[in-house]
Ligand binder design. Structure first.
Ligand code: ADP
Length: 507
């Protein structure tokens, strides 16, 4: 079968606009698909901040959707496949975070903003623009979900794949939005977009896509349980036959210590000693004493999901261990305050930078000895993979993609020497693993895992063996993009989908 033409719809794409891993995936996966021969368009809302970064986007067409004049723009950059943007200044020309206003709260018209984006996706799925008509639409997260519901009933539509990057972001809005968005009344049903009396946009993908993926095999299982299913586990169990987990990769052009322009000195497996220079540079940049103390890094959204509260509660114990902490994060004000206060009180051991900073993120990955990722749940997680690629050993809670990617450190001691047996090279301990894993998202478990890691850290040859194990792993998109391609082909090989729901003109 020929390589499919893919319309990849997403609400963020690195490096143009990013609040989390979705942006990294939305750049790297389409890039890997294009490298595999697919004709790909990345479709993104035309945020003002993004348009300002693009040189002379070309207008492909002008239209009106749901009463809004829109333009479809095309831009080309060397680091991304062809980019298409839905320009609608009234809804998208707002600075900063794509979802939040300056007060830190969701924009009150997010339902309208992303419904318009979804209508644009659906419209583009069904027409040829500039010689491109997609065989398959790949939707990502709730911001694109409505497109699934709009497209599903249409004859001769493209295949629909929907990826869950985080099930806890569901696109929930008051019930009156069904009418305000002029959605077909049949969509306001529990087997469509209604969810506990509200409009739930992620259900547009979960109910109507031909195939659903999420970003790790472990998370694909977890979200079918009440504990991790965020109320949607029943629906996901119902769709289990169409749900798979495909592990994210990392963009090895950007996250590669051998070629990273943002770190003090580059290094690889053969020059790992140079990681020490990055550690000293990081300590100096973060205002920590330049010392051989074990240095723990963290780069994160400051939310309970990421277990930052566990780290804050563990700080007194971690300080007793003599570690330094370098934390970069943005998010809830109370976590920022708590971390800022701890850093002010213990500047010898705790450094905190509030905000979002790509360069510091790279420097932490390169400079830290240990990376903390005690997430309560983690669909895939990227930072633990960046850490392993940089020879920085992750400490993670055994959940989702963290469980799938971090192999617990283990050391099989050689059999005791029997009388007369010579000591040989093969009697050296066999060190397996790429990090440290704990079972419950509790302060005690986190502290115990750090203690375990420090035991290993005090044994440099074994520590080095773990570092090399991680650096030897292939976290590139090669395997995962192939898995997506196989899935696209399976979806396209199916007989035409039986129309679901009621037809609604997708514009
Ligand atoms: P999530 O998408 O849930 O936030 P991931 O681990 O999948 O978590 O991806 C997070 C991405 O965002 C990583 O690339 C990480 O480096 C980046 N990131 C998170 N917080 C910050 C920050 N404060 N500054 C810079 N990069 C950050």
């Amino acid at each position: 079968m020929k390589t499919p033409r893919i319309l990849f719809a997403t609400s963020e794409v690195a490096p143009l606009i990013k609040t989390g891993g979705l942006a990294d995936v939305s750049a790297a996966l389409p890039g890997a698909l294009a490298a595999a021969g697919c004709d790909v368009r990345i479709l993104l809302p035309g945020y003002g901040d993004v348009l300002a970064q693009l040189e002379q986007p070309r207008v492909l067409y002008r239209d009106e959707l749901a009463g809004h004049p829109i333009e479809l723009l095309e831009a080309r950059r060397p680091d991304l496949p062809t980019l298409w943007l839905v320009r609608c200044p009234r809804l998208f020309d707002r600075p900063g975070n794509p979802y939040l206003g300056p007060d830190g709260h969701d924009w009150p018209d997010n339902a309208e903003r992303f419904a318009l984006f979804a209508r644009a996706i659906a419209a583009l799925a069904l027409r040829e623009v500039d010689g491109f008509r997609p065989d398959l639409v790949h939707l990502n997260d709730w911001q694109t979900g409505l497109a699934g519901a709009l497209l599903a009933p249409v004859d001769a539509r493209p295949g629909i794949v929907f990826t869950i990057h985080n099930l806890n972001f569901q696109g929930l809005f008051d019930h009156d939005w069904f009418a305000r968005l002029q959605l077909s009344p049949t969509l306001a049903a529990p087997d469509a977009l209604e969810f506990h009396g509200r409009l739930c946009l992620i259900k547009g993908g979960l109910v109507f896509a031909d195939a659903i993926t999420t970003v790790s095999p472990e998370y694909a299982g977890e979200i079918q349980t009440p504990e991790f299913g965020a109320g949607l586990d029943g629906l996901l169990r119902h769709r289990a036959a169409d749900l798979t987990g495909i592990l994210n990769g990392i963009d090895t052009n950007i996250w590669n210590p051998a070629r990273d322009p943002l770190i003090a000195v580059t290094y690889d497996r053969t020059t790992l000693a140079r990681k020490g220079t990055n550690k000293h540079a990081l300590q100096a940049a973060m205002g920590l004493p330049v010392s051989p103390a074990p240095l723990c890094g963290m780069v994160t959204r400051l939310t309970e999901q990421k277990g930052i509260d566990l780290v804050i509660a563990a700080l007194p114990r971690l300080r007793e261990f003599g570690v330094q902490l370098a934390i970069l994060g943005s998010g809830s004000a109370h976590f920022e305050q708590a971390l800022g206060a701890a850093a002010a009180e213990f500047p010898q051991q705790i450094a905190f930078v509030a905000g979002y900073d790509e360069a510091i993120a790279h420097r932490i990955e390169a400079g830290a000895d240990i990376f903390l990722m005690p997430s309560r749940f983690e669909p895939c997680g990227l930072n633990q993979m960046y850490s392993m690629a940089y020879g920085t050993l992750p400490i993670v809670h055994r959940t989702g993609g963290l469980a799938d990617t971090v192999q617990p450190a283990d050391c099989a001691e050689p059999a005791p020497l029997s009388a007369g047996r010579m000591f040989t090279r093969s009697s050296a301990p066999v060190v397996s693993g790429t990090g440290f894993v704990f079972d419950r998202p509790e302060v005690e478990d986190l502290v115990a895992a750090v203690a375990r890691a420090l035991d290993w850290w005090r044994d440099p040859p074994r520590w080095l063996a773990l570092q090399l194990n991680g650096m030897n792993r292939d976290f590139s998109w090669t395997a995962s993009s192939q898995a997506y391609l196989d899935l696209y082909r399976r979806v396209l090989a199916r007989p035409p989908a039986v129309a679901q729901g009621v037809p609604e003109a997708p514009a």
